[in-house]
Design a protein around this ligand. Structure first.
Ligand SMILES: Nc1ncnc2c1ncn2[C@@H]1O[C@H](COP(=O)(O)OP(=O)(O)OP(=O)(O)O)[C@@H](O)[C@H]1O
Ligand SMILES: [Mg+2]
Length: 415
C-alpha cells in the first residue's frame, strides 16, 4: 500500500525546525518538535528520541510521542548496544519484522500494542552518533524516498542542535572555571597584600633593633653570629614582602626618554658580584644605534634584574649569559634578549612561568616573572620565552620605539 505524502507538511515542519535550531538555545524544543512532526507526518503509532548522555554513556529517552508509559519505563540503552545495532553506513534502518528488530525486548508486548514495523534514524555528527530517532508504525508498508529524506533531514537538524548545545555547555563550563580561578586569584592577591602590609612594620622593627644590637656587640660575643642570621633572614623576608606589595599594587610607569642599553648596564652592575661568585661569564652585544625610548627606568631595571637573576640561578655555577640589544626599524621596535646555558625549562612548565606564585625554587616567591610581565605590558611591549630542557633559556623583550603615529608624521611633514 502506498502512503500519501504530505509534501507541504514536510516542508513546513523542516522550515520550523531549522528556524528553531538557529534561533533557540533550547535543544529540548527542537527535539520535541522533531518527534511530534515525524510522528504526525509519517503517520506513526509512536516516535521516541534518545540522546547519548556522555556521563553515563547511555542513550536516554529525551522526547516521546504516542508511546505507552510502561514502554518508556524500560530505561536507557547502552551506547555499545546502539552502535552494535546500527550499520555505520545507514542513514536510516527499517525493521519490517519486529520479531527480529534489535532492542525490542518484548516483541509480543509490542505486537499486542499494535507495533508492526520500526524505523531507526541515527543522529550523526562528525562520525559520532549523538542520538537516535525510533519510529513505531502500526502497519508494515513501503517507505518512499521523500519520507526517508524527511526523517534524515530532521535527524541532521537535531544532531546540529545537539552539537551546538554541547559546544555552548563546554564553553560555559570553561568560562565558569576561568571566572572561579580569577576570583580565587584576586581574593588571594588581596589577602596576600593585606598580610604583607601587616608584616612589613614589625619586620622593620626587628631589623632596626637587631642591627643596633649587632653594631654594639663585640666580635667575640657568641650572640654576634645569631644576630647576623636574624638580620639576613629578616632582610630576605622584607624583600619578599616588598615584591608582594609591588605586585598587588598597580604602579603606573613614570616614563622618560631613556637609552635601553644604559638601563641594562645599571641592572648588570648591581649583579656583578652575583655573577662573579657563581663564575658566570656575561657577554654583551649592545647595538650602538639605539634611539632613546619611553621607559620607566626603575621598573625596566627591575625587569632586567629579575631575568638576569633567574638566568644566574638557572646556571647555578659556571656558565654563560648572553645579552643582546638591537633595533628592528621595520617593526618600530627595540629588542633585548637575555640567554643562558642553564638548566632550561620543560615544555609542559613553560606555559606557567608568568603566572604569579609559580616557582620551582625552595626560596622563590614566583613573582619575579609575573611582575616583569606586568611592567613590560605597561610599556606596550611583549615578553616571550624559548627554552630547551638542560640546554638553556632565552627571554626576549620587545619595546615600541617612541615614534609618532603615521598620521602624526604626515602632519609634521606638511608643517
Ligand atoms: N632562565 C631560566 N631558566 C630556567 N628556569 C627559569 C628561568 N627563568 C625562570 N625560570 C623558572 O620560572 C620560575 C618562575 O620564575 P620567577 O622569577 O617568576 O620566580 P622565582 O625566580 O622562582 O622566584 P622570585 O620571585 O624570587 O623571582 C622559576 O622558579 C624557574 O622555575
Ligand atoms: Mg626569579
Amino acid at each position: 500500500m502506498t502512503h500519501t505524502i504530505d509534501y507541504k507538511g514536510f516542508y513546513l515542519a523542516f522550515r520550523d525546525i531549522s528556524r528553531l535550531v538557529h534561533s533557540s538555545t533550547s535543544v529540548q524544543e527542537v527535539i520535541d518538535l522533531a518527534v511530534w512532526k515525524t510522528n504526525e507526518l509519517l503517520d506513526a503509532k509512536g516516535t521516541l528520541l534518545r540522546i547519548h548522555n556522555l556521563e553515563t554513556n547511555n542513550f536516554e529517552v529525551t522526547a516521546a510521542r504516542g508511546i505507552a508509559e510502561q514502554y518508556l519505563g524500560k530505561g536507557p540503552v547502552s551506547s555499545e548496544q546502539i552502535r552494535a545495532d546500527l550499520n555505520y553506513s545507514d542513514s536510516v534502518r527499517i525493521f519490517s519484522d519486529i520479531w527480529q528488530a534489535p532492542r525490542v525486548a518484548l516483541p509480543q508486548q509490542a505486537w499486542g500494542e499494535g507495533v508492526r514495523m520500526i524505523l531507526d534514524c541515527p543522529l550523526r555528527h562528525d562520525n559520532d552518533i549523538l542520538g537516535l530517532i525510533r519510529v513505531y508504525l502500526a502497519e508494515a508498508r513501503e517507505f518512499q524516498q521523500a519520507e526517508l529524506d524527511f526523517v534524515i533531514s530532521l535527524g541532521e537538524q537535531c544532531a546540529c542542535a545537539l552539537n551546538k548545545a554541547r559546544l555552548i555547555e563546554n564553553q560555559q563550563s570553561r568560562y565558569n572555571h576561568l571566572v572561579l580561578q580569577t576570583e580565587k586569584l584576586s581574593a588571594l592577591g588581596r589577602m596576600a597584600a593585606g598580610i604583607a602590609h601587616e608584616i612589613n612594620n614589625p619586620l622593620g622593627g626587628i631589623l632596626l633593633y637587631s642591627s643596633n644590637m649587632f653594631k654594639k656587640t663585640v666580635d667575640e660575643d657568641p650572640c654576634k653570629k645569631g644576630l647576623e642570621i636574624i638580620i639576613r633572614e629578616t632582610t630576605r623576608c622584607k624583600g619578599i614582602i616588598q615584591e608582594l606589595l609591588e605586585f598587588s599594587r598597580y604602579k603606573a610607569p613614570n616614563k622618560q626618554r631613556l637609552n635601553l642599553n644604559d638601563t641594562l648596564r645599571k641592572a648588570l652592575s648591581i649583579l656583578d658580584n652575583e655573577f662573579m661568585l657563581r663564575h658566570i661569564k656575561v657577554t654583551k652585544t649592545l647595538a650602538h644605534d639605539l634611539e632613546d625610548i619611553l621607559l620607566d627606568g626603575n621598573q625596566m631595571e627591575q625587569v632586567f634584574i629579575n631575568l638576569l637573576l633567574n638566568a644566574a640561578q638557572a646556571i647555578d655555577k659556571q656558565g654563560q649569559i648572553r645579552i643582546e640589544t638591537w633595533m628592528d626599524a621595520d617593526r618600530d621596535l627595540e629588542i633585548v634578549t637575555i640567554s643562558d646555558d642553564g638548566c632550561g625549562i620543560a615544555p609542559e612548565e613553560a606555559g606557567k612561568l608568568f603566572e604569579p606564585f609559580y616557582s620551582t625554587k625552595s626560596t622563590g616567591t614566583g613573582l619575579g616573572l609575573a611582575v616583569s610581565y606586568g611592567i613590560v605590558r605597561n610599556h606596550e611591549g611583549q615578553i616571550r620565552v624559548a627554552s630547551q630542557l638542560n640546554e638553556g633559556t632565552c627571554f626576549t623583550i620587545e619595546l615600541p620605539l617612541d615614534r609618532p603615529a603615521p598620521s602624526e608624521q604626515k602632519k609634521q611633514g606638511n608643517a
